[in-house]
Design a protein. Structure first.
Length: 305
């Protein structure tokens, strides 16, 4: 390759030559390469001087390859095609190795991270990239392999797999739970309520939970309002008040005595948290492996569609 630099001055001249020969026009080559026409003409002249022979016959209205130019174009075109195919193969392999998972900060922190070592031990070659988002991304537009969404399991253009049904119950730090006692559900109102108020995604609130429990109460206007469920869980662990416990995220924290819960007051909303992937864009082999691992980790449920 060092010899090539010495002969032609710059491999860029060869790319410009290929475009000009393919189009039969310096102007069209300039348009394709997003440069000015004089730059193409100058590059061809530099290449011809380096090779010591004309590559084009120039007239007022058109250009034509000389016999030497036509032979050189055939060899250059074939070589560049091989380089292109090799580049695409490397790119495809790299894309196949990368798997993106887009979910909320709370899901990535409290569901994914405790299980990540198991996945990495099983598939150490997979380049898994966790993305946290406060919205539901367009997985096709943004090239996302897998995403986690709350809903009824039906999204146009998406396959879905139920990770966990939506089950909500009150949670608090063990100390606060013990001090409050909670003889009945309404006793929760004596403590600070921690509210999740996400800017984009729709989430149920305390009013919805009390209504589902057939409790007619007035929710105090005061309380702690946070826009991310990971912050809500951290605030509850710190003893700041009572929060919603989404079972699929809170259960491990309760089992580890970081939180206390009242699961007997669970609200089964009929919604769920789903793994979704595109119907229009086939999953790579590695993305399929991660998807299948999710199916196993979440209890061997079958994909919904």
């Amino acid at each position: 390759m060092q010899s090539l630099w010495k002969i032609v001055g710059s491999p860029r001249y060869i790319l410009i030559f290929e475009a000009a020969a393919r189009h039969g026009s310096f102007t069209q080559a300039a348009s394709e390469l997003n440069v000015q026409q004089p730059a193409v003409s100058a590059a061809i002249k530099q290449l011809e001087q380096a090779l010591g022979t004309p590559l084009f016959l120039r007239s007022h209205k058109k250009i034509e390859l000389t016999p030497v130019g036509a032979s050189y174009y055939a060899e250059v075109s074939n070589a560049l095609h091989q380089i292109l195919e090799a580049t695409r193969a490397v790119q495809s392999e790299a894309r196949n190795a990368i798997v993106t998972l887009c979910a909320s900060t709370a899901f990535n922190t409290y569901w994914m991270m405790p299980r990540l070592r198991t996945l990495r031990d099983l598939y150490p070659e997979i380049d898994l990239r966790l993305q946290s988002s406060d919205r539901e991304p367009d997985i096709d537009e943004e090239g996302i392999s897998l995403a986690v969404r709350r809903g009824d399991g039906h999204w146009p253009g998406c396959h879905t797999f139920l990770i966990a049904p939506e089950v909500i119950y009150p949670i608090a730090s063990p100390g606060l739970m013990q001090r409050t006692g909670l003889g009945c559900k309404e006793d929760i109102l004596a403590a600070t309520l921690i509210h999740l108020e996400e800017p984009v995604r729709e989430r149920p609130g305390w009013k919805d939970w009390f209504e589902a429990q057939n409790c007619k109460v007035t929710i105090p206007p005061s309380g702690l309002r946070l826009n991310d469920y990971a912050l809500v869980l951290n605030a509850a662990i710190s003893g700041e008040g009572f929060a919603f416990g989404w079972n699929h995220l809170a259960a491990d924290l309760v089992a580890n005595n970081l939180l206390s819960a009242r699961p007997e007051w669970s609200w089964h909303t009929g919604m769920g948290f789903y793994l979704v992937w595109s119907k229009a864009r086939p999953l790579s082999e590695n993305a399929q492996r991660v998807r299948d691992w999710f199916i196993s980790a979440a209890g061997n449920r079958r994909p919904a569609n």
